[in-house]
Ligand binder design. Structure first.
Ligand SMILES: [Fe+2]
Length: 238
Protein backbone atom coordinates (compact mmCIF):
# COMPACT_ATOMS: atom_id res chain seq x y z
CA UNK A 1 0.00 0.00 0.00
CA UNK A 2 1.51 3.34 -0.99
CA UNK A 3 1.11 5.95 1.68
CA UNK A 4 1.64 9.39 0.27
CA UNK A 5 -0.64 12.42 -0.01
CA UNK A 6 -4.13 11.72 -1.24
CA UNK A 7 -3.77 7.93 -1.07
CA UNK A 8 -2.85 8.21 2.60
CA UNK A 9 -5.99 10.26 3.27
CA UNK A 10 -8.17 7.82 1.29
CA UNK A 11 -6.65 4.88 3.17
CA UNK A 12 -7.53 6.55 6.47
CA UNK A 13 -11.16 6.91 5.36
CA UNK A 14 -11.34 3.22 4.35
CA UNK A 15 -9.65 2.21 7.60
CA UNK A 16 -12.24 4.14 9.61
CA UNK A 17 -15.05 2.39 7.70
CA UNK A 18 -13.44 -1.02 8.32
CA UNK A 19 -13.18 -0.28 12.05
CA UNK A 20 -16.62 1.23 12.66
CA UNK A 21 -19.18 -0.64 10.50
CA UNK A 22 -21.34 -2.86 12.74
CA UNK A 23 -21.56 -5.56 10.09
CA UNK A 24 -17.84 -6.25 10.42
CA UNK A 25 -17.73 -5.94 14.21
CA UNK A 26 -20.79 -7.97 15.14
CA UNK A 27 -20.98 -11.76 14.76
CA UNK A 28 -22.18 -13.27 11.49
CA UNK A 29 -25.45 -15.21 11.86
CA UNK A 30 -27.35 -17.50 9.45
CA UNK A 31 -30.02 -14.81 9.02
CA UNK A 32 -27.48 -12.13 8.17
CA UNK A 33 -25.59 -14.41 5.77
CA UNK A 34 -28.77 -15.41 3.91
CA UNK A 35 -29.94 -11.81 3.70
CA UNK A 36 -26.51 -10.82 2.40
CA UNK A 37 -26.78 -13.35 -0.46
CA UNK A 38 -30.24 -12.15 -1.49
CA UNK A 39 -29.40 -8.45 -1.29
CA UNK A 40 -25.86 -8.56 -2.58
CA UNK A 41 -26.81 -10.51 -5.69
CA UNK A 42 -29.14 -7.63 -6.55
CA UNK A 43 -26.68 -5.00 -5.45
CA UNK A 44 -23.79 -6.27 -7.53
CA UNK A 45 -26.03 -6.36 -10.60
CA UNK A 46 -27.30 -2.82 -9.99
CA UNK A 47 -23.84 -1.42 -9.36
CA UNK A 48 -22.13 -3.13 -12.27
CA UNK A 49 -24.83 -2.88 -14.90
CA UNK A 50 -26.07 0.62 -14.04
CA UNK A 51 -24.10 2.72 -11.58
CA UNK A 52 -20.49 1.96 -12.51
CA UNK A 53 -21.31 2.23 -16.20
CA UNK A 54 -22.56 5.77 -15.65
CA UNK A 55 -19.12 6.56 -14.30
CA UNK A 56 -17.54 4.96 -17.39
CA UNK A 57 -19.80 7.08 -19.61
CA UNK A 58 -18.68 10.26 -17.86
CA UNK A 59 -14.98 9.36 -17.99
CA UNK A 60 -13.09 11.13 -20.80
CA UNK A 61 -9.90 9.08 -20.39
CA UNK A 62 -10.39 6.33 -22.95
CA UNK A 63 -8.33 3.48 -21.49
CA UNK A 64 -9.73 4.11 -18.02
CA UNK A 65 -13.23 4.01 -19.45
CA UNK A 66 -12.52 0.68 -21.14
CA UNK A 67 -11.02 -0.72 -17.93
CA UNK A 68 -14.15 0.22 -15.94
CA UNK A 69 -16.35 -1.50 -18.51
CA UNK A 70 -14.09 -4.60 -18.51
CA UNK A 71 -14.30 -4.82 -14.69
CA UNK A 72 -18.12 -4.52 -14.85
CA UNK A 73 -18.23 -7.24 -17.52
CA UNK A 74 -16.31 -9.61 -15.21
CA UNK A 75 -18.89 -8.94 -12.51
CA UNK A 76 -22.09 -9.26 -14.52
CA UNK A 77 -21.25 -11.23 -17.69
CA UNK A 78 -18.25 -13.56 -17.31
CA UNK A 79 -15.10 -13.59 -15.22
CA UNK A 80 -12.57 -15.72 -17.07
CA UNK A 81 -9.66 -14.56 -14.94
CA UNK A 82 -10.97 -15.59 -11.50
CA UNK A 83 -14.47 -17.05 -11.82
CA UNK A 84 -14.16 -19.86 -14.39
CA UNK A 85 -16.16 -17.84 -16.93
CA UNK A 86 -19.10 -17.19 -14.61
CA UNK A 87 -20.38 -13.80 -13.50
CA UNK A 88 -19.96 -12.97 -9.81
CA UNK A 89 -23.69 -12.87 -9.02
CA UNK A 90 -23.97 -16.47 -10.26
CA UNK A 91 -21.12 -17.58 -8.00
CA UNK A 92 -22.98 -15.84 -5.15
CA UNK A 93 -26.16 -17.79 -6.06
CA UNK A 94 -24.17 -21.02 -5.78
CA UNK A 95 -22.94 -19.95 -2.36
CA UNK A 96 -26.54 -19.21 -1.34
CA UNK A 97 -27.60 -22.77 -2.17
CA UNK A 98 -24.89 -24.03 0.23
CA UNK A 99 -26.30 -22.07 3.18
CA UNK A 100 -29.88 -23.28 2.95
CA UNK A 101 -31.44 -21.08 0.27
CA UNK A 102 -33.26 -22.27 -2.86
CA UNK A 103 -32.22 -20.78 -6.21
CA UNK A 104 -35.80 -19.68 -6.90
CA UNK A 105 -35.92 -18.01 -3.50
CA UNK A 106 -32.65 -16.16 -4.16
CA UNK A 107 -33.82 -15.02 -7.60
CA UNK A 108 -37.21 -13.88 -6.32
CA UNK A 109 -35.66 -11.57 -3.72
CA UNK A 110 -36.69 -7.92 -3.77
CA UNK A 111 -34.38 -5.14 -2.63
CA UNK A 112 -34.95 -4.09 0.99
CA UNK A 113 -36.10 -0.47 1.47
CA UNK A 114 -32.62 0.23 2.85
CA UNK A 115 -30.98 -1.29 -0.26
CA UNK A 116 -33.21 0.80 -2.53
CA UNK A 117 -32.37 3.92 -0.57
CA UNK A 118 -28.66 3.19 -1.02
CA UNK A 119 -29.10 2.77 -4.78
CA UNK A 120 -30.70 6.22 -4.88
CA UNK A 121 -27.87 7.65 -2.79
CA UNK A 122 -25.21 6.05 -5.00
CA UNK A 123 -27.05 7.29 -8.05
CA UNK A 124 -26.55 10.81 -6.71
CA UNK A 125 -22.89 10.12 -5.98
CA UNK A 126 -22.11 8.39 -9.30
CA UNK A 127 -24.29 9.85 -12.06
CA UNK A 128 -24.31 13.62 -12.09
CA UNK A 129 -20.84 13.94 -10.68
CA UNK A 130 -17.37 14.58 -11.91
CA UNK A 131 -16.09 11.27 -13.28
CA UNK A 132 -13.19 11.21 -10.82
CA UNK A 133 -15.57 11.31 -7.84
CA UNK A 134 -17.46 8.50 -9.60
CA UNK A 135 -14.25 6.51 -9.95
CA UNK A 136 -13.77 6.78 -6.19
CA UNK A 137 -17.34 5.49 -5.76
CA UNK A 138 -16.56 2.55 -8.06
CA UNK A 139 -13.43 1.58 -6.17
CA UNK A 140 -13.77 2.47 -2.51
CA UNK A 141 -15.93 -0.44 -1.32
CA UNK A 142 -13.78 -3.06 -3.04
CA UNK A 143 -10.91 -1.39 -1.29
CA UNK A 144 -12.09 -2.88 2.02
CA UNK A 145 -11.39 -6.31 0.48
CA UNK A 146 -7.72 -5.41 0.26
CA UNK A 147 -5.73 -6.41 3.38
CA UNK A 148 -4.42 -3.64 5.61
CA UNK A 149 -7.61 -1.93 6.86
CA UNK A 150 -9.40 -2.42 10.18
CA UNK A 151 -8.23 -4.95 12.73
CA UNK A 152 -7.78 -8.70 13.23
CA UNK A 153 -8.73 -11.04 10.36
CA UNK A 154 -10.01 -8.10 8.33
CA UNK A 155 -6.67 -6.37 8.51
CA UNK A 156 -4.89 -9.57 7.54
CA UNK A 157 -7.16 -10.81 4.74
CA UNK A 158 -9.61 -7.99 3.90
CA UNK A 159 -13.42 -7.90 4.35
CA UNK A 160 -14.14 -10.95 2.18
CA UNK A 161 -11.28 -12.81 3.86
CA UNK A 162 -13.14 -12.15 7.12
CA UNK A 163 -16.40 -13.44 5.60
CA UNK A 164 -14.66 -16.54 4.23
CA UNK A 165 -13.49 -17.31 7.74
CA UNK A 166 -16.84 -16.57 9.42
CA UNK A 167 -19.05 -18.34 6.89
CA UNK A 168 -16.70 -21.34 6.83
CA UNK A 169 -17.11 -21.78 10.59
CA UNK A 170 -20.84 -21.00 10.67
CA UNK A 171 -21.88 -23.33 7.84
CA UNK A 172 -18.98 -25.81 7.79
CA UNK A 173 -17.94 -24.84 4.25
CA UNK A 174 -14.54 -25.42 2.61
CA UNK A 175 -12.53 -22.70 0.88
CA UNK A 176 -13.61 -24.17 -2.48
CA UNK A 177 -17.27 -23.83 -1.48
CA UNK A 178 -16.58 -20.23 -0.45
CA UNK A 179 -15.15 -19.31 -3.86
CA UNK A 180 -17.25 -16.13 -4.00
CA UNK A 181 -15.14 -14.63 -1.24
CA UNK A 182 -11.82 -16.14 -2.32
CA UNK A 183 -12.08 -14.88 -5.87
CA UNK A 184 -12.73 -11.35 -4.66
CA UNK A 185 -9.70 -11.37 -2.48
CA UNK A 186 -7.74 -11.70 -5.73
CA UNK A 187 -9.92 -9.79 -8.21
CA UNK A 188 -10.54 -6.82 -5.95
CA UNK A 189 -6.88 -6.33 -5.18
CA UNK A 190 -6.22 -6.01 -8.92
CA UNK A 191 -9.26 -3.83 -9.70
CA UNK A 192 -8.83 -1.70 -6.67
CA UNK A 193 -5.10 -1.13 -7.03
CA UNK A 194 -5.60 0.04 -10.61
CA UNK A 195 -8.47 2.31 -9.51
CA UNK A 196 -6.61 3.72 -6.52
CA UNK A 197 -3.55 4.55 -8.63
CA UNK A 198 -5.73 6.29 -11.22
CA UNK A 199 -7.49 8.30 -8.50
CA UNK A 200 -4.14 9.36 -7.08
CA UNK A 201 -2.83 10.49 -10.45
CA UNK A 202 -5.91 12.40 -11.61
CA UNK A 203 -6.70 13.93 -8.20
CA UNK A 204 -3.27 15.55 -8.39
CA UNK A 205 -3.58 16.60 -12.04
CA UNK A 206 -7.11 18.00 -11.64
CA UNK A 207 -6.44 19.45 -8.16
CA UNK A 208 -9.35 17.46 -6.76
CA UNK A 209 -7.69 15.95 -3.69
CA UNK A 210 -10.30 17.23 -1.21
CA UNK A 211 -13.18 16.24 -3.50
CA UNK A 212 -12.00 12.63 -3.85
CA UNK A 213 -11.49 12.25 -0.09
CA UNK A 214 -15.01 13.64 0.53
CA UNK A 215 -16.44 11.30 -2.14
CA UNK A 216 -14.78 8.34 -0.44
CA UNK A 217 -16.28 9.30 2.94
CA UNK A 218 -19.78 9.75 1.53
CA UNK A 219 -19.77 6.55 -0.50
CA UNK A 220 -18.60 4.48 2.45
CA UNK A 221 -21.30 6.04 4.64
CA UNK A 222 -23.82 4.66 2.15
CA UNK A 223 -22.10 1.25 2.22
CA UNK A 224 -22.40 1.29 6.00
CA UNK A 225 -26.16 1.96 5.71
CA UNK A 226 -26.49 -0.82 3.13
CA UNK A 227 -24.80 -3.31 5.48
CA UNK A 228 -26.79 -2.06 8.50
CA UNK A 229 -29.97 -2.75 6.50
CA UNK A 230 -28.83 -6.31 5.78
CA UNK A 231 -27.92 -6.80 9.46
CA UNK A 232 -31.32 -5.58 10.65
CA UNK A 233 -33.32 -7.65 8.15
CA UNK A 234 -31.10 -10.66 8.87
CA UNK A 235 -31.72 -10.35 12.60
CA UNK A 236 -35.47 -10.60 11.99
CA UNK A 237 -34.80 -14.01 10.38
CA UNK A 238 -32.59 -15.16 13.28
FE1 LIG B 1 -17.61 -9.24 -7.76
Amino acid sequence: MTATGVVKRLDEVVDDFARRARFFREPMTPGRARTFVRQHRLNTRQRNSVLKLRVATNCPIWDLRVRIIAACAEEVIADHAHGGGRPHWQILEELGTRIGLGLDEIRAAEPLPSTLMCWHAWDGLMSNRHWLEGLVANTCAERANVPGYGTGIMKKHGWFGLERERWGKLFGLSNGELQFFGLHEKADIEHSDAGWRAVERFARELRMEDAVVAACERNLQVWEMYLNGIGEAGDRLG
